[in-house]
Design a protein around this ligand. Structure first.
Ligand code: TTP
Ligand code: CA
Ligand code: CA
Length: 653
């Protein structure tokens, strides 16, 4: 759901930078003989020449489009050079592109707060740099201005498309009587041009940029003049820029909200939205969305540039179009193994290199039923707490898949009977948080973490949502758009999640494993009680497991989710302990407030749980039902109802 944030200041200087035909440029740098030639990057399957995922500008001139397959592109442009995406584990390996993106980010981050927004895009907050520049050098006294700055497209200026334009831009840049905000934009234009040149010098890549007073406007501007150009959104140009824009082109309006505006209000362009008052929009779409709509129609957006050079999530996925659809659990498991291994490697690398841990694992799939007339039903995405180690990630992913499949098929169908097909599969890790800085080693972090989580109340609060995720309801349906599988007939999914600085991914793999071992052997074991250690013993009997479950009471579900398989990684143990400690204090605080209403708990969630946990949940439910002391809004009931509300809202929006 969009969030209406008031503009903090209308004199911020925000840039959005997007690489030109990015994968093509990466391949052209690798094979310089391709430079200047019409080039496209294709998926690795050879059906009809493979699907195009990136098209160079020379090829675009000849009419080649991303929607084409290789064979079609050759017809349109016989001299086209088709380069295949690198392959690993039977699927596309995007690491060279991610690493190339990281090179660029490290250059762009030199002048201000930088947010890596996708594999080839960043936002920059250049307000401080622009103000400092303006203070130091009044623009009217600038003697030489770089060509790259003069080539800027300044929206609202009447340019003629010839060399005179540079003079017009020079005049605009150096106007003595300009509004202070336009002067800052001029400084932004100079800084961004410098950064783009620096990127070119150091990486050989060209990029395009938008410079404006907020993220929304900067992003809109980037694509207006490509490749290798920059566009400046002056305050006076905002209205003219937004008014004719098709409403569906706006970020967050490509889906149901945009469709509702079109069909229910007859709003087809952003300009059409201007006729509605804020109150009217609030009345129709709720206070927050209403205000957000009113704001964006006027170019107002307070979204901050997040200081984040690393990805928010990691994902690994693949599509299986047409005949390749997966039709048995064994086939799904085989592919999940590949995906989970890749995800696990990236997580280990992120942990070791960036000292970050992920907390949530999500599985997405695209599916069909062979007998189905109701083709609208989607395979529900499922999430659970993330446990480190490829084996555990696989085990949890398989469970999530099975839970999703049961729901997708409905209770009367046995998945083993077939009659279904999977055309896309992905696993992703999110809720990635940094281990506190100043911690010199992972092992030390986990030692320190114990103290940190047990004694620090504010930190505990901060991590509460993660702890909530350890509840059974965390086996929920999720709808993270950024992870949706694109199954447009491609064999390999190309996700748009960005990656960490995983430049030396393969090289560091062994090192990361080494760290795990170290961590395992030096972990402060005494902190675990005998009983707790039993939980980490993969060989213990079912009886032991059941007994421990009973003894631990309500926390056993959390425990089950963390430890129902052999703990193979020291890092995992440390994470388990961390969660355990947080959970304990969380549970303590909740002890007196947990009430459940069986009506509020989605039975399908309970049914998805392993039998011993189901039994436990049912014991919680029974006394409450008898006593009839239901308290609405209490924590566990809240989880379940919240999920339902969220799902309903998502369906609505
Ligand atoms: P884009 O930035 O959308 O496109 P681009 O960089 O190729 O071209 P442009 O100059 O117009 O920005 O995507 C960045 C890279 O992401 C692109 O080079 C290939 C990859 N990608 C996919 O793999 N699948 C997709 O559907 C899209 C849109 C991009
Ligand atoms: Ca791009
Ligand atoms: Ca892009």
């Amino acid at each position: 759901m969009p969030v209406a944030r008031p503009e903090t200041s209308d004199s911020r200087i925000i840039a959005h930078v997007d690489m030109d035909c990015f994968y093509v440029q990466v391949e052209q740098r690798k094979q310089p003989q391709l430079r200047g030639q019409p080039t496209a990057v294709v998926q690795y399957n050879s059906w009809k020449g493979g699907g195009l995922i990136a098209v160079g500008y020379e090829a675009r001139k000849d009419g080649v489009k991303r929607s084409m397959r290789g064979d079609e592109a050759k017809k349109v442009c016989p001299q086209i050079q088709l380069v295949q995406v690198p392959v690993a584990r039977g699927k596309a390996d995007l690491s060279i592109y991610r690493n190339a993106g990281s090179e660029v980010v490290s250059i762009l981050a030199r002048k201000g707060r930088c947010e890596r927004a996708s594999i080839d895009e960043v936002y920059l907050d250049l307000t401080d740099a622009a103000e400092a520049m303006l203070k130091e050098t009044p623009l009217e006294s600038l003697e030489s201005i770089d060509e790259e700055v003069l080539k800027s497209h300044v929206l609202g200026l009447s340019l003629n498309g010839n060399d005179d334009d540079k003079e017009i831009v020079r005049e605009w840049l150096t106007r003595r009587d300009a509004d202070h905000r336009d002067k800052l934009l001029a400084c932004g234009a100079i800084i961004v041009a410098e950064l783009r040149l620096q990127v070119l010098r150091e990486t050989e890549f060209t990029c395009s940029a938008g410079v404006a007073h907020n993220k929304m406007l900067a992003k809109l501007a980037t694509g207006m003049n490509k490749p290798a150009q920059q566009t400046i959104v002056t305050l006076a140009s905002v209205k003219g820029l937004l008014e004719p824009l098709p409403i569906k082109k706006m970020k967050q309006l490509g889906g149901k909200l945009g469709s509702s505006l079109q069909t229910d209000l007859g709003v087809n362009t952003v300009g059409d939205l201007l006729q509605f008052s804020e109150e009217k929009l609030q009345h129709l779409y709720g206070a927050n969305t209403g205000t957000w709509l009113w704001n964006i129609a006027r170019g107002i957006s307070g979204d901050e540039v997040e200081g984040r050079l690393l990805s928010k999530s990691h994902g690994s996925g693949k599509t299986f179009p047409g005949m390749q659809a997966l039709k048995t659990l064994a086939a799904v498991e085989k592919w999940l193994k590949e995906l989970c291994e890749e995800l696990s490697e990236r997580l280990q690398f992120d942990l070791e290199t960036n000292k970050r841990v992920a907390h949530t694992l999500t599985l997405h799939a695209n599916a069909y039923k062979s007998t189905d007339t109701d083709s609208h039903k989607k395979f529900p995405s499922k999430s659970c707490p993330l446990r480190y180690g490829a084996g555990k990630i696989l085990e949890d992913s398989v469970n999530l898949f099975q839970a999703g499949l049961r729901e997708f098929l409905g209770s009367y169908t046995n998945p083993a009977d077939g009659g279904w097909g999977i055309t896309g599969l992905s696993v992703s890790a999110s809720k990635i948080v940094a281990i506190p800085s100043g911690t010199s080693s992972i092992t030390r972090y986990f030692h320190g973490r114990d103290r940190f989580s047990a004694s620090s109340e504010p930190s505990d609060e901060k991590l509460a949502p993660e702890v909530d995720n350890l509840s059974p309801s965390s086996w929920t349906e999720g709808h993270s758009a950024s992870h949706q599988i694109e199954c447009g007939g491609e064999q390999t999914q190309i996700t748009h999640d960005t990656s960490s600085f995983d430049k030396y991914e393969t090289a560091c793999k062994d090192e990361a494993a080494e760290i795990c071992l170290t961590s395992k052997h030096h972990e402060p074991q005494p902190r675990l009680s005998e009983k707790e250690r039993n939980f980490n013993d993969g060989k213990r009997s079912y009886e032991q497991k059941r007994k421990a479950t009973k003894e631990k009471g309500t926390s056993s579900i959390l425990r089950f989710l963390q430890t129902n398989s052999c703990s193979s990684s020291g890092v995992q143990e440390a994470l388990d302990m961390e969660r355990e400690s947080l959970t304990k204090s969380q549970n303590k605080r909740r002890a007196n407030t947990w009430r459940y209403n069986v009506d509020e708990i989605d039975q399908s969630v309970v049914e998805e749980l392993p039998p011993e946990i189901q039994a436990e949940v049912r014991t919680w439910l029974r006394p409450q039902k008898q006593a009839n002391t239901v308290k609405r809004g209490s924590s566990i009931a809240h989880y379940f109802s919240l999920n339902r509300i969220e799902q309903t809202n998502l369906k609505k929006s």
